[in-house]
Design a protein around this ligand. Sequence first.
Ligand code: HEC
Length: 110
Amino acid sequence: MGVNMSNKQQRIKQLSYSLLLPCILSSSVVIADPDARLLAMCQACHGSDGSNEFSSIPNLKWQNQQYMVQQLQQFKSGQRQDKTMTKVAILLSTEQMESMASYFSKGEEK
Ligand code: HEC
């Protein structure tokens, strides 16, 4: 009897975890960290740590943070033109530019 009870409780526990966990995970992706999605987009082209194998895409790894923010602002303003980066930079606020540039300037993989 005692064994059955704890089995049942365990199953209830497992069930509630399996329902709760996806909720917690998906809400943290959507609400808590919009920058994670942006970063994933940058990484798709520039590489997860900012270095990549495409000859047409510059490496961002260890580049100067201020330089990168400046380039992003110039893409956004139209002063520097690129079919892709112009569209990307339009989506970014100054704070987001700074946080992306900071990430790539450190050259660490996330
Ligand atoms: C679809 C591919 C693609 C995506 C996505 C992308 N980039 Fe780029 N990025 C490029 C290309 C191509 C260039 C080179 C543009 C040129 O030749 O002027 C570039 C250039 C840059 C530069 C200038 C580098 C230099 O050496 O002057 C920075 C900074 C940069 N990207 C940051 C980002 C950030 C931050 C993101 C994400 C928010 C991002 N990029 C998303 C393709 C991409």
